[in-house]
Design a protein around this ligand. Structure first.
Ligand SMILES: N[C@H](CCC[C@H](N)C(=O)O)C(=O)O
Length: 278
């Protein structure tokens, strides 16, 4: 199977263009687990298929490293946009990409050599709280509480197509993201599990961000998580409508538009192309 690897702020995926290569199996969850394995496979945060689409110029589906399928993936979308433009799947700098969560608008920004330097994605309209994210506990409204050992974490539930628990903390470096994120990610009150973000407000246009991703664990970046975090913090009045998000792997520029849509701008990088022997 022919694959290519890309990363966006260190959130890295194995990509397969299903029009240009044949999958060795129709058990995609198993394939995602195998290619994501850094010792026996290629090593990545998951597997992304680039597919034909009836509703958009390009289709994208994402599976996490544990084989679970996610509804959307912001960093993956920026990588797919760069691939689609530079490999001629689209012939304009503005085009659409279909995900399981719906169709999004993409725009590539070129350097003087015509290579994609940055990508902007309209990530759609966030929805908040226990009406928007499946939750089995007693809390109601935007914020819910989760007990982790002796500590209690309050998070805003945000649906960006995929589910997020956004917890406001004083300093992200003081949080044991791996062990606390792991408990919240698979807490029984979240039957679909959940992506877990820990965010600290540095200024009205700047936040620090760490993430424990559903199905992949601690990653260097999460585009949907950055959008969910800015939307949740803006809703509480802690930040404005244009925010720089400092993730482990680098920065994302998030903008809340008047129509409620969240726009994300950031890099996408090629790593390699090759043949995977299943
Ligand atoms: N890294 C991705 C998020 C993957 C989401 C996945 N972990 C899930 O929702 O299960 C991003 O840049 O948005």
């Amino acid at each position: 199977m022919q694959f290519f690897k890309m990363h966006a702020l260190g959130n890295n995926y194995v990509f397969v263009d299903t029009k240009r290569t044949t999958l060795p199996t129709d058990d995609v969850p198993s394939l995602a687990r195998r290619v994501s394995d850094v010792r026996r496979g290629i090593g990545s945060d998951g597997l992304i298929l680039v597919t034909p689409s009836e509703r958009a110029d390009v289709g994208m589906r994402i599976w996490n490293a544990d084989g679970s399928e996610a509804e959307s993936c912001g960093n993956g979308l920026r990588c797919v946009a760069r691939y689609a433009y530079e490999r001629g799947l689209v012939d304009a700098t503005h085009f659409s990409i279909e995900t399981k969560a719906g169709v999004v608008a993409a725009q590539v920004h070129l350097d003087v050599a015509g290579r994609v330097r940055m990508v902007t994605i309209d990530m759609g309209v966030p929805r908040f709280g226990t009406e928007a994210v499946r939750y089995l506990g007693r809390d109601r409204g935007d914020d819910v509480r989760v007990d982790v050992g002796e500590a209690r974490y309050t998070g805003t539930l945000v649906n960006m197509g995929n589910p997020h628990f956004v917890a406001l903390v004083d300093r992200v470096d003081d949080v044991d993201v791996e062990s606390i994120g792991r408990v919240i990610e698979s807490h029984p009150n979240f039957p679909d599990r959940i992506n877990v973000e820990f965010v600290a407000v540095l200024d009205s246009d700047e936040i620090d961000f760490r993430v424990y991703e559903r199905g992949s664990g601690v990653t260097f970046a999460c585009g949907t998580g950055a959008c969910a975090s800015v939307a949740a913090l803006a809703r509480k009045g802690y930040v404005g409508r244009r925010v720089t998000v400092h993730l482990l792997g680098g920065d994302l520029d998030i903008e809340l538009r008047d129509d409620g849509h969240v726009w994300m701008t950031g890099e996408a990088h090629w790593v390699c192309e090759g043949t995977y022997y299943a």
